[in-house]
Design a protein around this ligand. Structure first.
Ligand code: PGA
Length: 253
């Protein structure tokens, strides 16, 4: 799976160009899921533009409530209603700038599942935490908040993304070995509760994924794709990343 997290970028004109170019260059037969995550206001447009194609559309966030007097918020059933299939929850930018804690993220994970959509749960440590050897403690805490609230069963439909905060938007990618180490740790933690779910779970790597480093990252046994920020805004880069994922996807089969 390759996910393109556009963050707060885009315009009607730019989105039309980008999605048009992607539709032309992404091959229908590639054995991967490709999902783009535009800002809320462009979701309907993106769904309409991509109808019948091979790219799905997801949202970058969701409200943990299921509707009502929550000014400015958008609930999961609305995202489903406009044609989204996926929702990112717990992105580090949400955790950092909007003070989302593990409990809130776990509630968001649940409302996404309840709406019949696929949550993409992001976990990851900061540079300070990595240097203090807290990586496993931090990502365990973030993952366990979801498992404790809802059981491991949600990961039968959910997707997990490891995004080391120090690698996001910095141009500093985790090495394939660093990514593999953490991905294996996460899969083992799920495995301890349910071997089948662990085997089928897709764990994406995110943090400065580019065309030039994606093949190496995706060649790792526990790296099942990428959550791509900056490089997802370039049709050419994103297409090359999808091509790399599809090659390694075929190899895993
Ligand atoms: P980046 O962002 O690829 O620009 O580092 C990744 C993300 O935040 O999902």
């Amino acid at each position: 799976m390759v996910a393109g997290n556009w963050k707060m970028h885009g315009s009607r004109a730019a989105n039309q160009t980008l999605l048009g170019e992607l539709e032309m260059s992404l091959k229908p037969e590639w054995p991967i899921d490709i999902v783009v995550f535009p800002p809320y206001v462009y979701l309907s447009d993106a769904v309409r533009m991509l109808e019948g194609g091979r790219i799905s559309v997801g949202a970058q966030d969701v409200c943990a409530e299921s509707g009502g007097a929550f000014t400015g918020q958008v609930c999961a059933s609305m995202l489903k209603d406009v044609g989204c299939t996926h929702v990112i929850v717990g992105h580090s930018e949400r955790r950092r700038w909007y003070h989302e804690d593990d409990a809130l993220v776990a509630r968001k994970f649940a409302v996404v599942l309840a709406a019949g959509l696929t949550p993409v749960l992001c976990v990851g440590e900061t540079l300070d935490e990595r240097e203090a050897k807290q990586t496993e403690a931090v990502i365990s805490r973030q993952l366990d908040a979801v498992i404790t609230m809802h059981g491991v069963g949600g990961f039968a439909r959910g997707v997990l993304a490891y995004e080391p905060v120090w690698a996001i938007g910095t141009g500093r990618t985790a090495s394939p070995e660093q990514a593999q180490e953490v991905h294996a740790f996460l899969r083992n933690r799920i495995h301890a509760q349910d071997a089948k779910i662990a085997r089928h779970l897709r764990i994406l790597y995110g943090g400065s994924v580019k065309a030039g480093n994606s093949a190496e990252l995706f060649s790792m046994p526990d790296v099942d794709g990428g959550l791509v920020g900056g490089a997802s805004l370039s049709a050419d880069e994103f297409q090359q990343i999808c091509a790399a994922a599809s090659l390694s996807g075929s190899a895993h089969h």
